[in-house]
Design a protein around this ligand. Structure first.
Ligand SMILES: Cc1cc2nc3c(=O)[nH]c(=O)nc-3n(C[C@H](O)[C@H](O)[C@H](O)COP(=O)(O)OP(=O)(O)OC[C@H]3O[C@@H](n4cnc5c(N)ncnc54)[C@H](O)[C@@H]3O)c2cc1C
Length: 461
């Protein structure tokens, strides 16, 4: 059972189904929210979607943005220099991204039950009992594993007793989607606050930023407050009118202590809460789901030891730590109004232009192209791979020459084989699982068996 039909729940369920597991999503809302929180899809997410043959559909619907911002610094990071087939940020509303993810999930047989809210859970060594309130009242559901993809207020996380340490909200970021009579500046920042403006597909502009004067205002965002802030920061309100969405977001930042507790696993915002800066939350969540899906499918099928799920925590919690670090840093840059923090912002802004390696490192961090999982083995193990991934979610062995022992092991374990210059095994999520220099046939065959995971033919779905 997957709790939550946001982007992360949808992608996790789709990956589980691809791995031959019947996945059901319980979603509290009867209908999807009309608001698109995320507006951007990062390069690594496009690589991930490309591994399942879905990237082009999204690219056709979106707009390619070749340079992106870190913490609203005026000097942009050049994405065109990134080593990826998708060297841009794809501007596309979250609603459309979710629609594509949902189509993939439904196509693979995922059932989505809308209007079913999870209210609690109990687990023991044999399974999990979910407590649910549905349209016809309360009921319980027994299941093997539960994925909590139920967002920042995750009931699954709380009910499983997973700690969520971090910082409380000390300031607010505002958001307003409005029509204008005058084209706004792209960004502005001074002692009164900051904003970034983004043109939306419906012709409105999204203004998002911080206000130094009402930073601790917890009340609902109003048109008057948005107008006043934007005018104080830039000198004009650009004739704003006709709001579609006005909101505020606190800067609380938290990271789940454990991504897995027994038979409960967390992914996406349920595992990490942070300021929406740099356009990363949805992206990191989809990449959590990509790391989790094939593992959980293999464990649920009985084709892998449950310890495979502990590696999910090891790998993605480390990415979560970097995520909260750089979003907090961006939050500080956006809210910078003291002479010291303004000086810091100015220094970093110059470095984006003067030190190309610095800009590249930031771009690789936001785009998630720098994610390489730690390993004590061969230097290639854990790094990301762009191609050589099977569309049906099975591992791929790249090797210059296929010996009979390796061929037999690959056949038995359900691993695809392709000819390549070096020997390495690519995981279903596009990271190197195992690699060797000059390994002979028997060593490769034994290494495949030692991984301890079988991938039966997709016909088992
Ligand atoms: C203003 C703003 C701008 C953003 N911009 C970007 C961006 O440009 N790029 C980016 O990558 N990210 C961005 N993000 C972050 C992104 O929107 C989130 O990270 C993303 O939605 C997380 O997806 P999720 O599936 O984990 O959680 P959610 O999208 O929150 O989905 C959780 C789902 O679980 C359901 N649910 C909750 N509780 C229960 C329950 N008890 N039972 C059943 N169902 C339940 C909810 O109804 C919801 O459908 C932005 C966020 C904000 C607020």
């Amino acid at each position: 059972m997957v709790v939550g039909a946001g982007p992360v729940g949808l992608w996790t369920a789709a990956e589980l189904a691809l791995g031959g597991v019947r996945a059901v999503i319980l979603e509290r809302a009867v209908e999807r929210s009309p608001y698109s929180k995320a507006l951007g899809v990062q390069p690594r997410t496009l690589e991930v979607l490309a591994m399942r043959g879905l990237a082009q559909r999204l690219i056709d619907e979106g707009r390619k943005v070749p340079a992106w911002h870190f913490g609203m610094l005026p000097n942009r990071l050049d994405y065109r220099v990134l080593d990826t087939p998708f060297p841009y940020m794809l501007a596309i509303p979250q609603l459309r991204t979710e629609r594509l993810l949902e189509e993939q999930a439904v196509r693979l047989g995922v059932q989505i039950r809308r209007g079913h809210a999870v209210t609690g859970l109990d687990q023991d060594d044999d399974g999990v009992r979910l407590h649910v309130t549905g349209p016809d009242g309360d009921y319980t559901l027994d299941t093997q594993y539960v994925v909590g993809a139920d967002g920042v207020g995750s009931v699954v996380r709380t009910a499983a007793g997973i700690a969520f340490p971090g910082t409380d909200t000390t300031g607010y970021h505002y958001l307003g989607e409005v029509r204008v009579t005058e084209t706004p500046v792209v960004s502005a920042q001074n002692e009164h606050g900051a904003f970034l403006s983004v043109l939306l597909p419906d012709g409105r502009y999204r203004f998002a930023g911080t206000d130094a004067h009402d930073n601790n205002d917890r009340g609902p965002m109003t048109m008057e407050a948005l107008r006043a802030t934007v005018k104080r920061v830039s000198g004009s309100d650009f004739g704003m009118h006709d709001p579609a969405w006005l909101s505020r977001f606190g800067n609380a930042t938290r990271l789940a202590e454990h991504y897995r507790k027994g038979r409960v696993v967390l992914a996406g915002d349920a595992a990490h809460r942070h300021v929406p800066a740099g356009g990363v939350g949805l992206n990191v969540g989809v990449q959590d789901a990509m790391n989790l899906g094939w593992r959980l499918a293999a464990v649920a099928r009985g084709d892998a030891d449950p310890a495979l799920l502990d590696d999910y925590h090891e790998e993605r919690h480390a990415v979560g730590e970097e995520l909260i670090e750089h979003t907090m840093a961006q939050s500080a840059l956006i809210a910078a109004t003291t002479p010291e923090t303004v000086a810091l912002r100015s220094l970093l802004n110059s470095m984006v232009v003067d030190v190309p390696e610095f800009a590249l490192a930031l771009a690789r961090r936001l785009s998630a192209l720098d994610v390489a999982y730690k390993s004590d083995g061969h230097p290639l193990i854990g790094i990301r791979v762009r191609g050589h991934v099977s569309l049906d979610g099975r591992p791929v062995l790249c090797t210059p020459a296929l010996g009979p022992a390796t061929a037999a092991a690959a056949e038995e374990l359900g691993i695809e084989v392709i000819t390549a210059e070096s020997t390495m095994l690519i995981r279903p999520d596009g990271h190197v699982w195992w690699a060797a220099d000059d390994a002979d046939d028997h060593v490769i065959a034994q290494a495949l068996r030692d991984l301890g995971v079988r991938f039966p033919a997709p016909a088992r779905v």
